[in-house]
Structures are given as structure tokens and as C-alpha cells.
Design a protein around this ligand. Structure first.
Ligand code: AGP
Length: 615
């Protein structure tokens, strides 16, 4: 989950690379580096531990000329975050420089073999081994760098997206990918390469998504070449339009991308719903489902695989699909699924949920499901990402780029699409009434306005958050549709404030967790006016009777809870299956403000990255 970028063209490369790193920094920020290919044929490499600001401090005091270069922002997989392990890595002679996103699984064997041939290593990284291997192959075969890169990669096991430059060739960059993403931006006499499209936005809207096992050769004044790594034969070049604006990538006046993305949810849900519900709310039309109606009619079971927040959305999807489609649904962590020898076959539909569309565990789960004969449906946010290109069909959530590491608008988008899928498949299977479709569809169409109401809690939640800045533990409780909401609220808090937080089914309290309750342990309870309201009221009584403080997410007319809880945050009443959407937003705001109160870097929390493209 690092970010890599390359540029070659008529402009100075350095400012473009630095800006690109800033846009990729959400993918990892343990260290950063740049290699510039100067017109005199020399390579200048600058690296620094920490964020891109540190790199800029180091490099701006040096010569940053050159019209070509590569750069990298790192999330450490091999070797601790320091200058030595920072990318770009160079070969023994210093002639070749490389940036890499991924994990080379057989790097230790390769390193040992290279050491036998006299190679020494400065860093602990797998990437330096690849740089040395490329040099070794070139020296042994007396071949051009393109051939050396290809031959070296054929010896590599694992995942990579790389960009390579060399001394004496400021007119050429070489790139390749396997399992890690790489996008090529094709401009006028200039070419951009990046882990995703964000650094390219504003420079060109023509992009090529490099496919697995492809190698690209970018030479000034020559057309882009793409070849198969395996056969060395030319590949088709599929140039696609890039539909992303610079405004979408900027904070738009908000203090953090996360806050911007929380407040974007009224409009992002509108985008997510657009064209998918008929004007009279009588029907839901999700093209991926309608075009594969037979699949949804015949399926014996649905298995949903995902990670993190997407897994929480999956748990909600399980409930709404079972309720509306009367089909058994199982939910698996993608990482557990891929190693669990799942009993999956041709009568199963596997749904893979991923905001980034690049999560390695989810991608691997998809590949395993397909090998076992299942039909795979993707629910993703990033158009053209690896997961949408490896599924049989799917739906984009269309909530726009999500930059904040903590997922917010993607979560509500995922839950919305899962509800649309359940309604659409339920219509096809004849298991959902027209009244139910209308009830939920109308509530969804009103959802943007509903969320605007919820966002009015911003001030009160900001105020409330001050009481909990120094809490060390939090408990989040919910039932039914809102047990996953409790899990999601806990994850939001822990991943940006570093406060330990646990989500639990409220009924489980008496089976252990209630021992945790005391005055130091705040409890957040999601308590909408649903079928389980009275049960959750008794859970609150249990917590209060042991001295715990309670924040309750409630609907209007919740007199009992008003009397019991220390603080009630009121959200509009919606159909039960939609309560996670409205209830999760106050929890996003609570986590955000507590983290801000604690002075944390909300958009780039420690140890994390936005897209987990390694195991
Ligand atoms: C959510 O806030 C986290 N950033 C993380 O759990 C994330 O949901 C998970 O890594 C899955 O990412 P994906 O949706 O891009 O596959």
C-alpha cells in the first residue's frame, strides 16, 4: 500500500512528482523519495523518513532539475521506516533506480543468490533486491534495460507495480505490474504513471490501466508501448477517459479530507442512487443485477467477502439480502476466506466489497472463488481498479475519491448499494412486496435530505467530544442491523484517535463485557425505534446501574432513553434496514472530533494506509 509515481515529458519533473506524492500520501507515509533523470544522463536520488514535507525539505536544498523522474511514498512492509529503506532504491552500480508498490515473496532467496555473485545490500527491503536483480540480469545477458526488467520480473513471486529509470536514459521510463495497481496518464508529449489516478488529475484525462503481467515502455517522442511480460508480444492499449476533477481531490475548505467526506454524504448518496430507482419508487434497477437476473434467481447462497469497514457493510448486506431475497447469506473476512478452503461452487454468488478495489486479501478471495466455480459480483468505488476488473459483474458506489484513511462516505455508499441490490434481486426472485420496495425506495430517495438533518448534530457532537478526549476505552453496542454499526463506530474511533474501542452485540453484555463497565468506560449505544428498542433500553439500564456513561443514538420520541442516557443524539427515523446509514454518521463525527481534540493526524493515522494492497 505504497504510492508510486513517474513522470516524463516537457515539464520539470520534480514539482509534478512532489504534488503527486502528496495526492498519494494517503496510501502510506512512513518515508518518501524521488529519483530525477537529468538531461546530462545523471540520476539524483533524494529520500527522507516520514511524510513528503520531510522529503521536500531535503530535496529543495539540492539540484531538482530534470524532465523525467520517479517517486515513492512508503507504507513499510520489509524494513523499518528510515532513510535507508526509503524508495527509490538503486542497483549496486547506482545506474538503475526503481520505485515499487507490493511485496516480493521470494526476495530472500533472490537476495541470497545475488550475494553469491558479490552483490551487497544497503537496505532491508525487497525492492532493493529487485533493483540488484535487474542489474545482474542486464550484466549477465548484455541486454537492454527493458529486457533485463522483463527477465528479472519472470523470476519474481509476489505483487509489484514498479517504475524504473536508468542513468544515461533521461528519455525513457519502464513500468510493470502484477497484482498491484498502475495507471498511465497519456498527455501531449508527456506521460504520467501512478498507483492510482489521483496524481494524474488536472494533467490529462486520458488514462490506461496497466493490466497484470504487462510491461510499459515510455520514451519521449515515441508512442506508448505495452507488452506482455510472459510472451513479450505487444498488448492492446485501451485508453479510457478519466472522470475525476481536481476539486474532488482538494479539501474544499475543510480541515481534513475525512470531515469533507462526512459532509459530502448527502451529495454522494445522491450520486450513488442516481438512475437506480424509478421516479415513482416502484422499482429498483441495478444493472449488474438485472443483466444477471438468472444468476440471482438460481443462486442457492450468497457469500460476501471484504475487509475492515467494507466487512461491516457486508454484515448489514447479509441482513437486508436475507430479509428481502430470502436467500442464505454468509459473511467472511476476505483474509480468512482465502485461506479457509471454502466450500464454494457454481451455485454460489460471491459478493466482494471494496472501496479501493485494490485490497490484496479481497482480490485473492475473488480469485479463489472463481477458481472454485463461483460467480463473483463486485461492489467498489474506484472505477477501473483491480477488483472490478476481476469480477464477473458488479456495481460502482460512485461516491467519488475517498482520501481520508478512515472510510466514511464509502461505508454509507456500500450500505446503500447493498440495499439496492437486495431490493432489485428481491423483485427478480418475487420475495419482496411492492409496498416494501416503495417504502425503502422512498426513504432512500429522501436519504440525502435525511443526512443533512443528521449533519446538524455536528456542533453538539463537537461539544460532546471534549468530554471523552482522555478516555482510554470505549464500548459500542447495537442490535440487529446496528450491531455492525457498533463495530463500525468502534473502528472509526480506534483507527484515528488510537483509543481502544470495541463493538459488541448489546445482548452480549451480560456474557462478559459488562464487567468492563465503570465510570471510566463510556458506552455508545445505537437505539433506533426499531423492533429491538425495548431490549436495548434494558441494556442501557444495565450499563447505567453500574455507573457507566451512555451516549445514545436515538430517534424522536424516545422518552425512555432521554431519561436514562447521559446524552441522546437524535437522528430521523428511517426503515430499519437503513438505520445504519443515519446512525453511523454521528459516530463518524464523534470519532473525528475526539481524534482532533487529541491532536491526531486524522487523514493519515499512524501505521495505516488507505489501500491495503499487501497481505
Ligand atoms: C476503514 O476505515 C479502514 N480504512 C479499513 O478498514 C478499510 O475499510 C479496509 O482496509 C478495506 O478497504 P477496501 O474497502 O478498500 O477494501
Amino acid at each position: 500500500m505504497c504510492g508510486i509515481i513517474g513522470y516524463i515529458g516537457s515539464q520539470d519533473a520534480y514539482p509534478i512528482l512532489i504534488q503527486g506524492l502528496r495526492r498519494l500520501e494517503y496510501r502510506g507515509y512512513d518515508s518518501a523519495g524521488v529519483a530525477l533523470a537529468r538531461q546530462d544522463g545523471s540520476l539524483a536520488v533524494y529520500k527522507a523518513r516520514g511524510k513528503v514535507d520531510n522529503l521536500e525539505t531535503v530535496a529543495s536544498a539540492r539540484d531538482t532539475s530534470g524532465n523525467a523522474g520517479i517517486a515513492h511514498t512508503r507504507w513499510a512492509t520489509h524494513g523499518e521506516p528510515n532513510d535507508t529503506n526509503a524508495h527509490p532504491h538503486t542497483s549496486q552500480s547506482g545506474r538503475i533506480a526503481i520505485v515499487h508498490n507490493g511485496t516480493i515473496e521470494n526476495y530472500a532467496v533472490l537476495r541470497e543468490a545475488l550475494a553469491q555473485h558479490g552483490f551487497t545490500f544497503k537496505s532491508e527491503t525487497d525492492t532493493e533486491v529487485l533493483a540488484q536483480l535487474i542489474e545482474y540480469v542486464q550484466n549477465e545477458n548484455h541486454c537492454d534495460l527493458v529486457e533485463a526488467v522483463r527477465e528479472a520480473l519472470l523470476q519474481v513471486e509476489g505483487a509489484y507495480a514498479i517504475v524504473v529509470t536508468e542513468q544515461g536514459r533521461p528519455d525513457r521510463l519502464i513500468a510493470a505490474r502484477k497484482s498491484s495497481p498502475l495507471v498511465i496518464g497519456v498527455g501531449d508529449d508527456e506521460t504520467f504513471l501512478a498507483s492510482d489516478a489521483t496524481p494524474i488529475v488536472g494533467f490529462t484525462d486520458q488514462v490506461v490501466y496497466l493490466k497484470d503481467n504487462e510491461l510499459a515502455i515510455i520514451e519521449r517522442g515515441k508512442p506508448l508501448q505495452i507488452k506482455s511480460l510472459d510472451t513479450d508480444e505487444p498488448s492492446d492499449i485501451d485508453i479510457q477517459p478519466l472522470k475525476m476533477s481536481v476539486a474532488q481531490l482538494e479539501k474544499g475548505g475543510y480541515d481534513a479530507f475525512m470531515l469533507k467526506e462526512i459532509f459530502e454524504q448527502p451529495s454522494t448518496l445522491l450520486d450513488c442512487l442516481r438512475g437506480r430507482i424509478t421516479d415513482d419508487c416502484s422499482r429498483v434497477v441495478l444493472s449488474g443485477v438485472v443483466e444477471n437476473a438468472e444468476r440471482f434467481l438460481q443462486a442457492h447462497r450468497i457469500v460476501i467477502v471484504a475487509c475492515g469497514t467494507s466487512w461491516h457493510a457486508a454484515l448489514i448486506g447479509k441482513r437486508v439480502i436475507q430479509e428481502l431475497c430470502k436467500i442464505p447469506v454468509e459473511v467472511e473476512y476476505a483474509s480468512e476466506f482465502r485461506y479457509g478452503n471454502p466450500m464454494i461452487g457454481k451455485n454460489d454468488i460471491v459478493i466482494a466489497i471494496s472501496q479501493s478495489g485494490e485490497t490484496a486479501d479481497t482480490l485473492a478471495a475473488i480469485q479463489l472463488a472463481r477458481e472454485k466455480g463461483a460467480w463473483v459480483y463486485g461492489i467498489c468505488n474506484v472505477v477501473g481498479a483491480s477488483i472490478p476488473r476481476n469480477t464477473d459483474s458488479g456495481t460502482y458506489i460512485h461516491v467519488g475519491p475517498e482520501i481520508g484513511v478512515a472510510s466514511t462516505k464509502a461505508f454509507t455508499g456500500q450500505v446503500t448499494v447493498l440495499t439496492l441490490l437486495a431490493l432489485c434481486a428481491g423483485q427478480i426472485r418475487g420475495t419482496v412486496s411492492r409496498e416494501k420496495v416503495r417504502e425503502v425506495a422512498q426513504a432512500l430517495m429522501k436519504m440525502p435530505e435525511t443526512i443533512k438533518e443528521v449533519l446538524k448534530l455536528d456542533g453538539p457532537i463537537r461539544q460532546l467530544s471534549r468530554m471523552f478526549t482522555y478516555a482510554h476505552n470505549f464500548l459500542y453496542l447495537g442490535r440487529g442491523y446496528n450491531y455492525p454499526t457498533a463495530l463500525e463506530g468502534a473502528l472509526k474511533l480506534k483507527e484515528i484517535s488510537y483509543i481502544h474501542a470495541e463493538g459488541y452485540p448489546a445482548a452480549e453484555m451480560k456474557h462478559g463485557p459488562i464487567a468492563l463497565i465503570d465510570r471510566e468506560m463510556p458506552t455508545v449505544i445505537i437505539a433506533p425505534n426499531d423492533s429491538l428498542y425495548d431490549k436495548i433500553v434494558s441494556n442501557v439500564e444495565q450499563v447505567k446501574s453500574r455507573g457507566g456513561s451512555v451516549i445514545a443514538i436515538v430517534n424522536p420520541g424516545n422518552d425512555k432513553m432521554e431519561r436514562l442516557a447521559d446524552c441522546c443524539l437524535e437522528v430521523p427515523e428511517v426503515p430499519e434496514c437503513l438505520t445504519p446509514i443515519v446512525s453511523s454518521i454521528p459516530l463518524q463525527l464523534l470519532a473525528y472530533y475526539i481524534a482532533v481534540n487529541k491532536g491526531k493526524d486524522v487523514d493519515r493515522p499512524r501505521n495505516l494506509a488507505k489501500s491495503v494492497t499487501v497481505e
